[in-house]
Design a protein around this ligand. Structure first.
Ligand code: MGD
Ligand code: MGD
Length: 766
């Protein structure tokens, strides 16, 4: 079925009149007058049944495009990007189109299950929802009585995570809630923004692409990183002749479109950034008015970069000094319509907050903030929360999928202490780690009980053995748990270790909370089911309420059903579900993207009300107040640095089993420089086993021998190397970057986990 669906072209759809249909059910009359009942044998599907249109937010990746879903006689036939949605603009990527196939994956979890074998064995018995929930409630209450609510951790990612890592965790009373999209992804960028501007800039980097003339991508591999509108924006900039500068040890898709490719030595970007500042300052190519009006600490920055010449950086970065100088001046010549895109996945080397501060500082030197073609200010949409009693603990679990509230204190805010915010032996500043908890830092207390034990884990939509480094340690941790609950849609490897497995309905089969996104034009989007849940699966909101009521949290779940909940929130802005549908599933509000929208007031929320080039907060807490370059670990003799990234048709480790997407890219490859391959006597297409610096092996993986990567590094797409027997397509395909990441370097400022200090060698031919 999936193949037929995907082959429907937009032209066919337009002919059907469907693409133009917005709002509510589209009757057969909309198809050029032929009523559905008049269908004759041989009519194509779009002329034969009752057509219904529903609105949703794609969950195939965290970009969360608004989508319009068309069903015919209760079967999903077509998904389009919602034309009203600022993150889709009517278009959708292959992963979004793969949503129907994701839903129809025959390997899906189908009923609640209770473990009957040993942890990891994968032996379960199907039970009713009542039995499963009663068992979990009993286990949670026992832990709470014995050790306190904080001894239960809640991990959450994907679209329904608010019900768990935010709402349930705070109602239950644990500060140990975390999202892999924070410390394993964006927290260093948010922390750096907080320190520099006084607020996190948000996971949807606020770049005003339409007027941008020169873009610099450091890592950020747009094209392979297939965020829908980012790809549209980069293509548009290329089309109108804008300048593209990419800094990447690999000749990425973006590099193929670039005017300048800087094949930097991995981990040395901060040296490049400091030298760019040196050139911009030395050549007086900075925006003096902006600096005078909106910044503090410029003199100290001038002094700081005085000796960071291109020649100094050339030695470190392995880039020609002339290229460093030329690209700095090219950016400055286009300023302020020139900027370095902050990037989203910035957990690289454990020095990430300082690198991200350097990125922000260059943008500020160019005055590329708060005007057209610059970084803009994001505004949170106006809508009330459902009115509830105060939580037992307050504080969002953070993450790049979650936008900060306007009143969010950010990572420096006053949150209750979890294990990662306390008594650290390594000198990490308490205050920094009290914010969105670093997920990977919650693993150790499960093993050691220090500073207090974590005995229970609710793992919602988080791929525990594919997203968190040090897999063997994580396995040991879950072996120690008294209660491990997994809420998922697929039998991922960690499911075999869970005590109770709860199968969730996919995003196409369920409601969720409203998407209220901070943006240039803030907006609110609807997720409603296009079809009923398959098998014995239930929506996350339903599961959270049913469990909450069993553990004495009924006051936090007072609504009669999801429509009551959503209508109550929508009424605070004079809308309701019918109105939202009539508006095409999206309500767009007014933003305040530029300085002129602030009536002369400062938009910056630092103590000084200005951009803090020199950070007194960092100074007071014993960190470098201006970014310093710190070299990354060097590869042991005979090893390559392990780099990783995205593939356009896959998301993380969750889509490799999706039939339609697996066909397009069934296994990952190891990019190896051609000269290195020749030295090792290896050839393109050969399969090899890998071994990392700690002796961890993985593979086999197919070699891609290429000139497109530096000789000191290898590269693979993240998310492959599944070992779960339950994944009939993805199981055994390719290698897992995560398994080979048996260590990480903790960023002492943001708690982010630098994963790129892992190294591999080719251990054998497979
Ligand atoms: P990065 O880690 O910045 O990730 O995507 P990005 O934010 O683009 O980029 C990886 C690139 O960095 C690779 O090209 C790699 O060669 C390069 N690189 C490695 N080391 C270095 C280095 O030391 N210096 C420099 N300059 N470059 C280096 C992540 C983003 O992707 C995220 S966070 C999410 S949530 C989305 N996930 C996702 C997905 O799963 N699939 C697809 N198709 N797209 C996605 N888009 C988003
Ligand atoms: P996924 O592999 O997408 O990554 O971390 P994760 O979100 O953990 O796992 C999603 C999980 O949710 C899977 O188990 C999937 O089956 C399940 N799932 C999918 N849809 C649903 C649903 O509707 N409901 C429920 N309940 N479950 C669902 C991503 C994180 O990983 C991020 S954001 C980044 S940027 C980091 N990237 C990264 C990397 O590139 N390499 C390594 N080694 N680690 C990484 N960790 C981080």
């Amino acid at each position: 079925m999936a193949r037929a669906e995907l082959s429907i072209t937009r032209r066919q759809l337009l002919k059907s009149g469907l693409a133009a249909g917005a709002g509510g059910a589209v009757g057969a009359g909309a198809l050029g007058g032929a009523p559905a009942s008049a269908a004759t044998a041989g009519d194509p599907w779009y002329r034969t049944g009752e057509i219904r249109t529903t609105y949703n937010v794609c969950d195939m990746c965290p970009w969360h495009c608004g989508i319009v879903v068309h069903t015919v006689d209760g079967e999903i036939r077509k998904i389009d990007g919602n034309p009203n949605d600022p993150k889709a603009r009517g278009q959708l990527c292959p992963r979004g189109q793969g949503g129907i196939s994701f839903m129809n994956d025959p390997d899906r979890l189908q009923a609640p299950m209770v473990r009957t074998g040993e942890r990891g064995e994968g032996k379960f018995q199907e039970v009713s929802w009542d039995e499963a929930l009663d068992l979990i409630a009993q286990g949670l209450n026992q832990i709470k009585e014995r050790s306190g609510p904080e001894s239960v951790a809640v991990f959450g990612h994907n679209a329904g995570d608010w019900w768990w890592a935010d709402h349930f965790a705070q109602a239950w009373g644990t500060p140990n809630a975390a999202k892999p999209s924070s410390a394993l992804c964006i927290s260093a960028s948010e922390e750096a923004a907080e320190l520099t501007f006084g607020f996190p800039i948000g996971g949807y980097e606020p770049v005003d692409w339409d007027e941008l003339q020169c873009v610099t991508l450091i890592g950020t591999h747009i094209g392979e990183d297939a965020r829908n509108t980012k790809m549209q924006d980069l293509a548009n900039l290329h089309g109108r002749g804008g300048t593209i500068i990419t800094v990447d040890p690999r000749f990425s898709s973006a590099a193929t479109k670039a005017d300048h490719w800087l094949p930097i030595k991995p981990g040395t970007d901060t040296a490049l950034l400091l030298a760019w500042m040196h050139v911009i300052i030395e050549e007086e190519a900075y925006n003096a008015d902006f600096i005078e009006k909106w910044t503090t600490g410029f003199d100290r920055l001038v002094e700081h970069v005085a000796d960071k010449t291109p020649e100094w950086a050339a030695e470190i970065t392995d880039l020609p000094a002339e290229q460093i100088r030329e690209t700095a001046l090219e950016m400055a010549a286009n300023a302020p319509q020139a900027l370095i895109v902050p990037g989203r996945h910035v957990a690289w080397y454990g020095t990430d907050t300082q690198r991200m501060r350097a990125v922000y500082l260059i943008n500020v030197l160019m005055g590329s903030y708060g005007c057209e073609g610059c970084l803009h200010f994001n505004t949170a949409p106006y809508i009330d929360d459902y009115s509830l009693p105060p939580y037992q603990v307050e504080g969002s679990a953070g993450g790049c999928a979650a936008e900060p509230d306007e009143d969010d204190d950010g990572p420096l805010g006053d949150l209750p202490e979890g294990p990662t915010g306390k008594a650290r032996a390594d000198g990490v500043q308490e205050s920094f780690l009290q914010g969105p908890t670093a997920l990977q830092e919650l693993i150790e207390p499960m093993i050691t009980g220090d500073p207090y034990p974590i005995e229970g884990l609710i793992c919602y939509g988080t791929n525990l053995f594919h997203s968190v480094p040090m897999v063997e340690r994580t396995k040991e941790a879950v072996q120690n748990l008294e209660l491990f609950v997994a809420i998922d849609v697929l039998p991922m490897e960690h499911i075999a270790y869970a005590d109770v497995v709860l199968p969730e309905a996919t995003y196409l089969e369920r409601h969720d909370d409203l998407y209220a996104l901070a943006h240039k034009t803030p907006y609110i989007a609807l997720r409603e089911p296009a079809v009923s849940p398959m098998y014995d699966t239930r929506p996350g909101w339903w599961i959270a309420k049913a469990l909450g009521e069993r553990v004495g949290l009924e006051q936090y779940f007072p609504w009669d059903g999801i429509e009551d909940y959503l209508n109550t929130r929508l009424r605070s802005i004079g809308s309701d579900l019918d109105d939202l549908r009539a508006r095409g599933g999206i309500i767009v509000q007014e933003g305040k993207p530029f300085f002129e929208d602030f009536d002369g007031e400062s938009p910056f929320l630092t103590d000084s009300g200005k951009v803090e080039l020199y950070s007194s907060v960092l100074e007071e807490t014993g960190h470098d107040p201006l970014p310093e370059y710190e070299p990354p670990d060097e590869a042991p003799e005979g090893y390559f640095r392990l780099l990783y990234g995205r593939h356009p048709v896959h998301t993380f480790a969750k889509t490799q089993n999706t039939p339609a997407l697996s066909k397009r890219y069934p296994e990952n490859e190891l990019w190896l420089n051609a000269s290195q391959a020749a030295d090792l006597g290896l050839s393109d297409g050969q399969r090899v086993m890998l071994e990392n610096q700690d002796g961890v092996t993985d593979g086999p993986i197919k070699l891609k021998v290429t000139e497109r990567i530096r000789p000191d590094s290898v590269y693979m797409v993240h998310g492959f190397g599944h070992r779960s027997d339950g994944l009939s397509r993805a199981g055994g395909q390719g290698a897992s970057d995560n398994r080979l990441q048996s260590s990480y370097t903790l960023d002492p400022i943001s708690g982010s986990a630098g994963l790129r200090n892992n190294f591999v060698r080719i251990a054998s031919e497979a």
